[in-house]
Ligand binder design. Structure first.
Ligand SMILES: Cc1ncc(C[n+]2csc(CCOP(=O)(O)OP(=O)(O)O)c2C)c(N)n1
Ligand SMILES: [Mg+2]
Length: 596
C-alpha cells in the first residue's frame, strides 16, 4: 500500500486547496515538517509550493491573513512557545475579522511531553499544553495531535473548519509524528468543504417573510458588509442587486465586495467629456455597479448616502460586522424597523432570529424568487459620486482629500488595495474602486503594521494567480515601523507591489484623538527612500512626491502603472491633515474614551 508521511499529507491537503505558500519561521520542533514543503514542490513542479520564510512570526500571521483574503485559506507554521506566541496578535485579528487560516505549531515529541522534560521554549514547569490552551480562545477549533492513526482525519477536520467557518484553527504537531506514514489513498478523496444545508422549513419561512417585505417596499436598499466576502457570498449579492435593482451601499469593511464601477485607469482629472462618458457608462445597464451608491458609515457618511439609507423602508443587510470604526461609532440611524440581516450562521427578520439559516443558501433561494416580488419597484437613479478633483496648479502641496480622489482613477480592475489603521483606512473609503477589486483593511482588529505583512501575503497570492494583478499598499509612516522587515520578504520573492508610504511625521490618527502635540505621537523620521536598497532590492523604484504636479507626473506615467518591479512611493502630507471622515471619527472616539 502506498504511503505518505504525515507532514507531506498535511501540505498535500493544502495544495489541493490552492494554498501554495506557507508562511512562518523555522524552529527545531518544526524543521522536519518544513522538509516536506520541498517534497510537495518536487511532486508538482518548480515553484508550485513554497516556504516564504518570514522575518518574524507576527508578520507571518499577517501575511497568512492577507493571502487568505485573496485565496480563501492561508497557512503559517511556527515553533512551540516562542514562535507561536509571537503570532497570536495576528491570529486574533484573523479570528475577529473572519479570515480562514491554519496555524500549525511544531511541538516537542510525544515522549518529551510524556517525560515532562525541562525543554527549551517551555515555561520550565513541565506544562506542554499551556500555549495550546492560550490559542483555544482565538481559534474556531484546535487539535493537539498525539495519535498517528487519527491524525489525517484530524488534519482534514481542521482544514475544513478553517475554510468553511473562515476563522483560524490551531494544529499542534509533535516533531516525531511528521515522518510517520499514513495511507496515501486518503488523499484521493477531497476534503468536503460544503456547507451544512439549512433547515428547509425555517428557510421557507425566512424567504416568504422577506419576499413579503420586498413586495411592499418603496425605498429599499441593500447594505453589504465584511462577512459577505469573507463567507463567499459576492456572487449571490451581485445577483440580488441585478435582479432587484435596489440601490446598494457598502460599509468600510465591505468595500471591494460589490462592483463599484470605478473608472479603471481612465484619467478623469481635467477632462469633462471623459467624466460625462464614464458617468453615462456607470448609469447604463442593469449591472450591480450601476446601482452602487456609496459607503454607509452612520453619521460619517456623505449626506446623500446617509439620506437614502436612513430614509429607506426596507434594509437588506448582508454580512454585517458592526464595529465602532465600521459604523461611525454605532451611529446607524434607520427610520425603518424592516431590517433583514443575513449572517453566516443565522438570519434575522425584524425582531425574529432564525438560527442556522446561513446566508449563502438563503440568498441563493431568495434569488430564485425575488425578481417577481421586486417587479413593482420603481428604480430611481442613484446620487452621483464626485470622481475628479477640482483642477489645481502643479506646485500645490498634496493633501489627503486630493490624494484619495485622484488614486480612484489610477486603480484598475483586478487590483488588490490594502490600507492600514490610520489616515489611509479612512481615506480609502472616499475612493471609488473599479470592478473586481479586492479591498483589504483590518478595520475591526486594527493592529498597526498588519498591512505590510498582509501586502506580502496578498502579493504572493496574486503572483500565483496572475502576476499582472497589482497589489497596492497605503501605509502610514508610523505603522510601517512595526513590520518593515517584511518588505525584505517581498523582495526575496520578486513580488512587485506598490508601497505608498504616507509620511505625515508621526501618528496623525492618534494626534487627532488625543495629544496633538504630545511627543508620544512622534516617531523617529526614517529615510524611507532607502528602505528598498537597504533590503538589497536590485530592480526597484523609490520616489518621493510632495506636490500635485509630482503626483500627476507619476500617476500618468504608463510605465509606473505596470507592476514590473517593486516600488516605494513616499507621499509627503501635512502633519495634521486627515480625511474628513477621520476628523469626525476622532472627535467621537475621544469623547467615548473620556466618558465615565
Ligand atoms: C499594534 C498596535 N499598537 C498600537 C496601536 C495604536 N495606534 C493606532 S493608529 C496608530 C498610529 C498610526 O500612525 P501612522 O501609521 O503614521 O498613521 P497616520 O499618521 O496615517 O494616521 C497607533 C499607534 C494599534 N492600533 N496597534
Ligand atoms: Mg503617520
Amino acid at each position: 500500500m502506498a504511503e505518505v508521511s504525515l507532514g507531506k499529507y498535511l501540505f498535500e491537503r493544502l495544495y489541493q486547496l490552492q494554498v501554495q505558500t506557507i508562511f512562518g519561521v523555522p524552529g527545531d520542533f518544526n524543521l522536519s515538517l518544513l522538509d516536506k514543503v520541498y517534497e510537495v514542490e518536487a511532486d508538482h513542479g518548480e515553484g508550485s509550493f513554497r516556504w516564504a520564510g518570514n522575518a518574524n512570526e507576527l508578520n507571518a500571521s499577517y501575511a497568512a491573513d492577507g493571502y487568505s483574503r485573496v485565496k480563501r485559506l492561508g497557512c503559517l507554521v511556527t515553533t512551540f512557545g516562542v514562535g507561536e506566541l509571537s503570532a497570536l496578535n495576528g491570529i486574533a485579528g484573523s479570528y475577529a475579522e473572519h479570515v480562514g487560516l491554519l496555524h500549525v505549531v511544531g511541538v516537542p515529541s510525544i515522549s518529551s511531553q510524556a517525560k515532562q522534560l525541562l525543554l527549551h521554549h517551555t515555561l520550565g514547569n513541565g506544562d506542554f499544553t499551556v500555549f495550546h490552551r492560550m490559542s483555544n480562545n482565538i481559534s474556531q477549533t484546535t487539535a493537539f495531535i498525539s495519535d498517528i492513526n487519527s491524525a489525517p482525519a484530524e488534519i482534514d477536520r481542521c482544514i475544513r473548519e478553517a475554510y468553511v467557518k473562515q476563522r483560524p484553527v490551531y494544529v499542534g504537531l509533535p516533531a516525531n509524528l511528521v515522518d510517520l506514514n499514513v495511507p496515501a489513498s486518503l488523499l484521493d478523496k477531497p476534503i468536503d468543504l460544503s456547507l451544512e444545508k439549512n433547515d428547509p422549513e425555517a428557510q421557507d419561512e425566512v424567504i416568504d417573510s422577506i419576499l413579503e417585505l420586498v413586495r411592499k417596499a418603496v425605498n429599499p436598499v441593500i447594505l453589504v458588509d465584511a462577512c459577505a466576502s469573507r463567507h463567499d457570498c459576492k456572487a449571490e449579492v451581485t445577483h440580488l442587486i441585478e435582479q432587484t435593482q435596489f440601490p446598494v451601499f457598502v460599509t468600510p469593511m465591505g468595500k471591494g465586495t460589490v462592483d463599484e464601477g470605478g473608472v479603471d485607469g481612465e484619467l478623469l482629472a481635467d477632462d469633462p467629456q471623459l467624466i460625462a462618458k464614464v458617468a453615462a457608462r456607470l448609469s447604463a445597464g442593469k449591472n450591480a455597479a450601476s446601482r452602487f451608491t456609496g459607503v454607509y458609515v452612520g453619521t460619517l457618511s456623505k449626506p446623500e448616502v446617509k439620506q437614502v439609507v436612513e430614509s429607506a423602508d426596507l434594509i437588506l443587510s448582508v454580512g454585517a460586522l458592526l464595529s465602532d470604526f465600521n459604523t461611525g461609532s454605532f451611529s446607524y440611524s434607520y427610520r425603518t424597523k424592516n431590517i433583514v440581516e443575513f449572517h453566516s450562521d443565522y438570519t434575522k427578520i425584524r425582531q425574529a432570529t432564525f438560527p442556522g439559516v446561513q446566508m449563502k443558501e438563503a440568498l441563493q433561494e431568495l434569488n430564485k424568487r425575488v425578481s417577481h416580488a421586486a417587479a413593482n419597484y420603481e428604480v430611481r437613479p442613484v446620487p452621483k459620486i464626485k470622481m475628479a478633483n477640482t483642477p489645481a496648479t502643479r506646485d500645490v502641496k498634496l493633501t489627503q482629500e486630493w490624494l484619495w480622489t485622484r488614486v480612484s482613477s489610477w486603480f484598475r480592475e483586478g487590483d488588490t488595495i490594502i490600507t492600514e489603521t490610520g489616515t489611509s483606512s479612512f481615506g480609502i473609503v472616499q475612493s471609488r474602486f473599479p470592478n473586481n477589486t479586492i479591498g483589504i483593511s483590518q478595520v475591526l482588529w486594527g493592529s498597526i503594521g498588519y498591512s505590510v505583512g498582509a501586502t506580502l501575503g496578498a502579493a504572493m497570492a496574486n503572483q500565483e494567480i496572475n502576476p499582472n494583478r497589482r497589489t497596492i499598499l497605503f501605509v502610514g509612516d508610523g505603522s510601517l515601523q512595526l513590520t518593515v522587515q517584511e518588505i525584505s520578504t517581498m523582495i526575496r520573492w520578486n513580488t512587485t507591489p506598490y508601497l505608498f508610504v504616507l509620511n505625515n511625521d508621526g501618528y496623525t490618527i492618534e494626534r487627532l484623538i488625543h495629544g496633538v502635540n504630545a511627543t508620544y505621537n512622534d516617531i523617529q523620521p526614517w529615510q524611507n527612500l532607502a528602505i528598498l536598497p537597504t533590503f538589497s532590492a536590485k530592480n526597484y523604484d523609490a520616489v518621493r512626491i510632495s506636490t500635485i504636479g509630482e503626483a500627476e507626473d507619476l500617476l500618468r506615467d504608463k510605465n509606473f502603472g505596470k507592476n514590473s518591479k517593486i516600488r516605494l512611493i513616499e507621499v509627503m502630507l501635512p502633519r495634521l491633515d486627515a480625511p474628513s471622515n477621520l476628523a469626525k471619527q476622532a472627535a467621537i472616539t475621544a469623547a467615548t474614551n473620556a466618558q465615565g
